[in-house]
Design a protein around this ligand. Structure first.
Ligand code: URA
Length: 481
């Protein structure tokens, strides 16, 4: 869709067109200014970008005012550029605003520019976005809250040193994960707070203002006394910024026509084609790539992608449904109660777990938060389909002799259609390229059976199914000897 230009908004734009953004994460300000600059044909070499309060202010004599014409016309921007820019702008590299503008400038003439993977600027922006995703992930997994105060007055505080400007992006995750406790994450960039209703952002804790010894409690008390004001924060809406951080390009003329273009006006998002194209990457490369997967919404709530685990040379690939609570936290498949059941059954069937590759149809934990408890939710068909690219690539990478689908979700993934378990279980079924499949129940099904006799009986059937896998392995090993 068109990225339209309703009129010049924001931006102190002068002879050399010095743009001063409202904050380090001012994507809206960057977009408003960039749109006006492009539509006024201002080349990237004629623009400098900085952030208010960062570095020396430009001397007035160096800024001959040459206001731009209110821009007319439209130009198309691929939706994936907008997504990429929103992430890359959070990188700490001071050159990112200029790089994004250079790409935007080039995109106007070459709409497919982002598909040229070896273009140095395209590669650079992708690397920046990836680094930002990794930092969000690091923040999600490394934050440890400390309780300060007790009982009714307790507050949970954590200190984090972000390598990129990810606090605002990562805060909603902590709000949903720790919904029923008031918390604050303090960083030297900005601080995020949750009061049980809304996330608020306040300025960072400067190193200078930090009490000696960096002790969290001291930092918090100092911070609380000087900056933090729960009454004020309570009034803010989720993700709203307080006045001190309101994001705007510095402006000398008011926007006549109103707000900036909404993201909804950009082109619809299409999946990254190269997610599917490269078929036989090493598992380690796949795992790294999958860590940033945004193919469906499940990544938002989950702690991390739980990728498959096992040797590259595995002859058997076991597929489950999705990581559970324990797996989500550990980042490894089948380490909770279902995993223990699986380990026992594999052992009885004569299969060494260390030699098999264990994965899931869906690689993010889907759950409903109920206070501190996370209730498992079954993934639906769009989620299974969105995640199937990873199963396909794991399969192509490992080329196992046998895939064991445990439960209905795994069977739907392996056969790429709804596949009833009872009709198909216990026999070898041909997949493509000489690979066999075996369908059986999911170990969690056994855990849920209320009747002890039924549990023992079904467990034994599960072990018998796995013995078919063990037998196939034995025969293949004999044939290869
Ligand atoms: N259930 C699954 O399907 N997979 C896991 O990793 C754990 C429980």
């Amino acid at each position: 869709m068109a990225w339209s230009s309703p009129g010049m908004t924001g931006g102190r734009i002068s002879a050399m067109h010095h743009i001063i953004l409202g904050s380090e994460t001012d994507f809206d300000g960057w977009r408003t200014a960039a749109r006006a600059l492009v539509l006024n044909d201002v080349t990237p070499d004629d623009v400098t970008w900085t952030v208010r309060g960062r570095g020396p202010d430009l001397p007035e004599t160096a800024t001959t005012e040459t206001p731009l014409e209110p821009p007319h016309g439209t130009f198309n921007v691929p939706a994936k550029f907008v997504e990429l820019a929103k992430t890359a702008i959070l990188h700490r590299d001071a050159e990112r605003f200029a790089l994004l503008y250079r790409l935007l400038w080039r995109l106007r003439r070459d709409h497919d520019l982002l598909d040229i993977a070896d273009d140095p600027e395209v590669a650079h922006i992708h690397a920046m976005a990836k680094a930002v995703h990794h930092e969000v992930q690091r923040m999600r997994t490394s934050i440890r809250f400390r309780e300060i105060g007790r009982e009714h007055n307790s507050h949970f505080v954590a200190w984090f040193e972000p390598q990129h400007h990810v606090v605002e992006l990562a805060a909603p995750f902590f709000a949903s994960r720790f919904a029923d406790m008031p918390w604050s994450i303090l960083t030297s960039d900005v601080c995020a707070h949750w009061n049980g209703h809304a996330v608020s952002i306040t300025p960072g804790v400067s190193e200078a203002g930090m009490p000696a010894g960096n002790r969290l409690e001291e930092i918090w008390q100092h911070y609380y006394a000087t900056i933090f004001n729960p009454a004020r924060l309570a009034a803010k809406k989720s993700r709203n910024l307080p006045e001190a951080l309101t994001i705007k390009v510095e402006s000398e003329s008011a926007d006549a026509s109103g707000s900036a273009t909404d993201y909804a006006e950009t082109e619809p998002h299409t999946p990254e084609p190269d997610m599917i194209r490269r078929a036989a990457d090493r598992l380690s490369a796949l795992r790294e790539e999958a860590a940033d997967c945004r193919a469906c919404h499940l990544y938002k709530q989950a702690t991390q992608t739980v990728f498959g685990e096992g040797p590259q040379s595995a002859q058997v690939m076991l597929v489950g449904e999705q990581p559970g609570d324990k797996e989500d936290l550990a980042g490894k498949p089948f380490v909770g109660p279902a995993g223990q059941m699986l380990d026992r059954a594999l052992d009885e069937a004569g299969i060494d777990r260390k030699k098999v590759y264990v994965t899931n149809a869906v690689k993010h934990f889907k759950f409903l938060a109920r206070g501190k408890i996370r209730l498992h939710q079954k993934p639906n068909t769009p989620e299974i389909k969105a995640c199937r690219r990873w199963y396909e690539r794991e399969l192509a990478s490992i080329k196992p002799d046998l895939v064991v689908a445990m439960g209905a979700t795994a069977a739907q993934c392996v056969f790429n259609k709804l596949t009833p378990i009872n009709k198909n279980r216990g026999r070898l079924i041909d997949l493509a390229d000489g690979v066999k499949a075996l369908v059986t129940v999911h170990p969690s099904y056994l855990l849920r059976l209320p009747d002890e006799d039924a549990k023992a009986r079904e467990y034994q059937r599960f072990v018998e199914d796995l013995k078919i896998a063990a037998e196939l392995l034995r025969k293949r090993a004999q044939a290869a000897a």
